[in-house]
Design a protein around this ligand. Structure first.
Ligand code: ATP
Length: 432
């Protein structure tokens, strides 16, 4: 269990523009959050790391961006229309509804009464909508509850257009929607979420080696996110808890501030999905080996990452405190390539044109090179350092009166708060 409190992270994220409650001026919306300016930057950096690790770095990966809305037959074939359910119970006293598997005794966790909880009912978590002006059974569609099915229904398209050799993968990042009975723990259980998923198609005889490759790949991705290896755990999901078609599933769990929970999953799905779509669509979804061998339905390894949960884990891991000058300091110890702002440029005063001019030159030079550089010229320098610490900016470059005379600046490092005097021409070497 982590020592960081979730409330502290939520408060920093709101205060510094990472995460806002959705539609906040109208009281918010349960299980839905908005990414603010710094949140978007951090989220993109996590996505980019995933993309470079699993799409760019692999020879046999095909990216895809399937639409969120799909023909409802997809969800009938995949089993979601009937089986994507959570057990729902209702308290007869306070009428709260909750997930049966989240309640540990016969006491209602909301009103505290005992023996008031009813029998569990199956609740389908897909958001239903209608396509077009007529709202009848024919026009039903769903907001996708996972990105994976968009991949399976495009398997044939990718094979026909690119003739990939097995094994190969199709990768996709996108929104998914789940009408969670009790969204909670901030970004952990959302109703609108983002997934980064890969369906990796393999020869049935080779699934074990691919599974192992993805197990290791997942762990190395968590390391790149800066997640401490002691806080990441592999749970071999026991047979009775696995989907019936899966011969192996690993849940990667992380010690979140509220306990150990699933961060991502790795599942061997066999040929279940392609088979189901072949049957329901009547289309041939077999793969024909290039050596003329017999066509077959490939098997699938699925590494599935939740972007919001990764974001939450990265924030929880980075959230740090220490004491500086007798005062408590909060700082985000983010890995440099995840930090939303790489360097902040701080002119010591605003009303000295030569100093501002120099500072602008430094800012432009760094911005051209690093992109995400922030100009900070309001308020006092100490407070500005604290703000930059709180958003995880690894370096602050301060331009002062001495800079005008000798072209040197002060560089301050976020984690140590150490400051050193550096020539302007050497700043980049120091901060990259
Ligand atoms: P859980 O058991 O926590 O509900 P799950 O096993 O249903 O999760 P999957 O269907 O395997 O999750 O989804 C893959 C990944 O998507 C999860 O590992 C998680 O990172 C993310 N995810 C799933 N549901 C949510 C949610 N409601 N909010 C945020 N992320 C989610």
């Amino acid at each position: 269990m982590s020592e960081v409190k979730l409330d502290d992270i939520v408060s920093l994220a709101k205060r510094r523009g990472f995460i806002f409650p959705s539609s906040e001026i109208y009281g918010g919306l349960a299980g839905v959050y908005d990414y603010g300016p710094l949140g978007v930057m951090l989220k993109h950096n996590i996505e980019n790391l995933w993309w470079s690790s699993f799409v760019i770095a692999w020879d046999d990966m095909y990216p895809l961006d399937a639409a969120i809305l799909m023909n409802k037959k997809v969800w009938e074939a995949s089993g979601h229309a009937t089986g994507f359910n959570d057990p729902l119970i209702e308290c007869s006293n306070c009428h709260s509804r909750m997930r049966a598997d989240h309640v540990e005794s016969d006491k209602c966790p909301v009103c505290g009464k005992t023996s008031t909880l009813g029998k569990p009912k199956e609740f389908n978590m897909m958001f239903k909508t209608h396509i077009g002006p007529v709202t009848d059974d024919e026009s039903i569609s769903y907001l996708r509850p996972e990105t994976a099915q968009g991949i399976f229904v495009n398997f044939k398209n990718v094979v026909e257009t690119f003739s990939p050799d097995l094994p190969f993968g199709i990768a996709q990042i996108g929104k998914a929607f789940r009408n969670e009975i009790s969204p909670r723990e901030w970004l952990f259980r959302l109703r609108e979420l983002e997934q980064m998923e890969i369906e990796y198609f393999v020869h049935p005889d080779k699934w074990e080696e691919s599974f192992e490759e993805w197990r290791k790949g997942s762990l190395s991705f968590f390391e790149k996110l800066g997640l401490g290896s002691k806080k990441v755990h592999e749970l071999e999901v026991p047979k009775e808890d696995r989907a019936h078609y899966s011969q192996r599933t690993i849940d990667f769990e992380y010690d979140f501030p509220f306990g150990r929970r699933e961060l991502s999953g790795l599942a061997y799905r066999g040929d279940y999905d392609l088979n189901a779509h072949q049957k329901a669509s009547g289309q041939n979804l077999e793969y024909s080996p290039k050596d003329g061998g017999k066509a077959f339905i490939p098997h699938v390894i699925e590494p599935s990452f939740g972007l919001d949960r990764a974001f939450l884990a990265v924030l929880a891991e980075a959230y740090s405190t220490d004491t500086q000058g007798g005062e408590q300091r909060v700082f985000l110890k983010l890995p440099a390539d995840l930090a939303p702002i790489k360097v902040a440029v701080l002119p010591l005063v605003k009303n000295k044109p030569e100093l501002t001019k120099k500072a602008k030159e430094v800012y432009k030079m760094l911005k051209d090179e690093l992109g995400n550089v922030m100009w900070v010229d309001s308020g006092n320098i100490g407070k500005n350092y604290r703000k930059m610490d709180e958003i995880g900016t690894p370096y602050c470059v301060t331009i002062d009166f001495q800079t005008i005379d000798d072209d040197t600046v002060t560089i301050r490092h976020r984690d140590t708060t150490d400051q050193s005097r550096v020539d302007i021409k050497d700043i980049l070497k120091k901060v990259i």
